[in-house]
Ligand binder design. Structure first.
Ligand code: UD1
Ligand code: UDP
Length: 454
C-alpha cells in the first residue's frame, strides 16, 4: 500500500526549506504526496516566485488563509487542514519551521490522530515574546517525528524530555537549498540591476520580526545604524510588513533619500542568494538568513536580543546586536575591519548540515512504523518516574538499546564527564562515569538500582 504523505507550506522560508524534501519525494515516488499551501504568504514575490525557481508543481490545494492576528491565522490553518485531512486521509503530515502555518497544521493533524513530522525541530530562543518560540515548542512536543537540524537542537529536545525515539539528527534542508541554487544564482543579474559590482562593500539587511517592526524604537534603531554606516552600500529588500511599518513610523522617506541605501521589493531566492554571497556582511533578524550566512561564510550581525541558531555565534560568524544603533554599528565594523579576513579563511564544518538533509529525512520516513503510531502507552503505576545514575564499571557493555530492552525504561539524556549533555541513539554505548537520565516504572528503576549498586 502506498503511504499518503501530506506536505504543507505557508510562508517564504517554508517553501525554500520544503523544496529539497519535495524534490526527493517526487523523484523517489515512495510516497503518494499531496502538497497544500496554507496561503499565509500570498504575494507573488513572497510565495509564487519560489515555486517557479525551485521548479515545484502547483500545490494540490490552497487554503487561502491570508493575513490576520496570531490566533485567527493559526485557527484558520487548523480549520483548513482539518478539512484537508478529511478529504485526503493521509498517513503522515510534514511541515518545516515555526510559523503559524506549522503549528496550526501540527495541532490539526495530531488531533485527527495523523502522525506529524516536524522538520527543523528543537530550536530554542527562550524568548516567549516571539510567536515562533511558542509555535516550535508546541509542534515539537506533539510531533511523532522530530527532524532536528543540529546537535544543539537535538539536545534541546532530549533535555525537554522528548522521547529519543522521536528525535532524528538530519541537518537543515536550507543547506541543500543553497547548494542546489547557488550555481543558478551566480547567473542572476541582480548586481547589474542594482548597479553594484563585486568590489562594492555591500551590507545586506533584512528585517521582519514582529518585535522589530511593531516597536518604533527598535525599527528606528536599525534605521539610525544603517544611515550612519555610510562606508557601505546598504541593500535592504523590504518584507511587506516592514515597508508598512517604515511608512507608519515616517522612516521610509528618510531612507529613500539616503544615498548609500538601496531599498528593494522582496527578492527572488536566486537574486537574494547572489546578493548574499556578494555581501561583506549581512545584518538580519531572519532565521533562514542566519543559516545561509553561515553556509556562505558571510559574517552575520543579528538584529535581535537572542537567537535560536546559536551555532552561528559558536562559529564566530554571528554577533547578537539587538537594535541599539551603536551596538549594531560596532558589530558591523568589528566584522568588517577586524575579523572579516580571518573568518573568510577559517576552515569549518557547517553545523547546519552537509546538504543531504532532505535525503536523510525521506529515508527516515520510509522506515517509520505507521501501523500503530497512536497506541497509547501502558503504565501500571499510572505514569512513569524519572531517575538518573552514573554509569558504573559493571554497565560498560550496555548500549542505550540494551538498557532500554532489559529494564523497559526510556533513556532521556546522557551527560559526559564534564556534565555536558550529548546526543545519542540506540547503539550509543554507555561510558563509565557518564550520567544517564531515564524514565520508567518504579519497579524497573529499583531493578536497575540493584545492578548499579551490585
Ligand atoms: C511569518 C512567520 C515568521 C516567518 C515569516 C517569514 C508567524 C508567526 N510568522 O512572519 O515566523 O519568519 O513569516 O517571512 O507565522 N504580508 C503581505 N504579503 C504577503 C504576506 C504578508 O503583504 O504575501 C503582510 C501582511 O500585511 C501581513 C504581514 O505581512 O499582515 C505579516 O505577515 P505574516 O505572515 O503574518 O507574518 P510574517 O512577518 O511574514
Ligand atoms: N529571502 C529571499 N528574498 C528576500 C529575503 C529573504 O528569498 O528578499 C529568503 C532567504 O534567503 C531565506 C528565507 O527567505 O531563505 C528567509 O525568510 P524570512 O527571513 O522571511 O523568514 P525566517 O527565515 O526568518 O523564518
Amino acid at each position: 500500500m502506498e503511504v499518503r504523505l501530506l506536505a504543507t507550506v505557508g510562508t517564504r522560508p517554508e517553501i525554500i526549506k520544503m523544496a529539497p524534501i519535495l524534490e526527493v519525494l517526487y523523484r523517489k515516488k515512495t510516497f503518494d504526496v499531496v502538497l497544500v499551501h496554507t496561503g499565509q504568504h500570498y504575494d507573488w514575490n513572497m510565495s509564487g516566485i519560489f515555486f517557479k525557481e525551485f521548479n515545484l508543481p502547483e500545490p494540490d490545494m490552497h487554503l487561502g488563509v491570508g493575513s490576520g492576528s496570531q490566533s485567527r491565522q493559526t485557527a484558520a490553518v487548523m480549520v483548513g487542514i482539518e478539512d484537508v485531512l478529511e478529504k485526503y486521509r493521509p498517513d503522515l503530515v510534514i511541515s518545516v519551521g515555526d510559523t503559524n502555518s506549522v503549528v496550526g497544521t501540527a495541532m490539526a493533524s495530531v488531533k485527527e490522530e495523523v502522525p506529524f513530522v516536524h522538520v527543523e525541530a528543537g530550536l530554542r530562543s527562550y524568548d516567549f515574546s516571539m510567536p515562533e518560540e511558542i509555535n516550535r515548542r508546541i509542534a515539537d512536543h506533539i510531533a511523532s517525528f522530530n527532524m532536528a537540524p543540529t546537535e544543539r537542537a537535538k539536545v534541546n529536545l532530549l533535555e525537554e524530555g522528548v522521547s529519543p525515539s522521536k528525535v532524528f539528527l538530519t541537518g537543515n534542508t536550507v543547506v541543500d537549498a543553497v547548494n542546489r541554487m547557488l550555481p543558478l544564482a551566480n547567473r542572476s543579474r541582480v548586481m547589474e540591476e542594482l548597479d553594484l559590482t563585486e568590489e562594492d562593500p555591500i551590507l545586506l539587511v533584512t528585517v521582519h520580526r514582529r518585535e522589530n517592526v511593531e516597536k518604533e524604537y527598535r525599527l528606528g534603531g536599525i534605521v539610525k545604524a544603517i544611515k550612519e554606516l555610510d562606508e557601505f552600500v546598504v541593500v535592504w529588500p523590504l518584507h511587506p510588513r516592514t515597508e508598512a511599518a517604515l511608512k507608519g513610523f515616517n522612516l521610509l522617506d528618510d531612507l529613500l533619500s539616503t544615498k548609500h541605501v538601496i531599498l528593494t521589493e522582496p527578492l527572488s531566492y536566486l537574486d537574494f542568494l547572489k546578493l548574499l554571497s556578494s555581501s561583506q556582511i549581512v545584518a538580519t533578524d531572519s532565521g533562514g538568513v542566519q543559516e545561509e550566512a553561515a553556509t556562505l561564510r558571510v559574517p552575520c550581525v543579528i538584529l535581535r536580543n537572542n537567537t535560536e541558531r546559536p551555532e552561528v555565534i559558536d562559529l564566530g560568524l554571528g554577533k547578537i546586536a539587538g537594535t541599539n544603533p551603536s551596538t549594531i554599528i560596532a558589530s558591523v565594523r568589528d566584522f568588517f575591519y577586524r575579523e572579516e579576513h580571518q573568518l573568510s579563511k577559517k576552515d569549518y564544518t557547517n553545523p547546519f548540515g552537509d546538504g543531504n538533509a532532505a535525503k536523510r529525512i525521506v529515508k527516515i520516513l520510509e522506515g517509520v512504523d505507521l501501523i500503530n503510531p497512536y497506541d497509547s502507552p501502558r503504565f501500571d503505576e499510572g505514569s512513569p518516574y524519572y531517575y538518573s545514575f552514573v554509569v558504573s564499571g559493571r554497565m560498560q557493555d550496555y548500549t542505550v538499546a540494551k538498557l532500554m530492552d532489559e529494564f523497559g525504561v526510556e533513556v532521556i539524556s546522557i551527560y559526559d564527564n564534564s556534565g555536558m549533555p550529548y546526543s545519542f541513539n540506540l547503539s550509543t554505548p554507555l561510558v563509565k562515569g557518564h550520567k544517564v537520565r531515564i524514565r520508567g516504572e518504579k519497579r524497573m528503576i529499583k531493578k536497575l538500582k540493584r545492578l548499579i549498586l551490585s
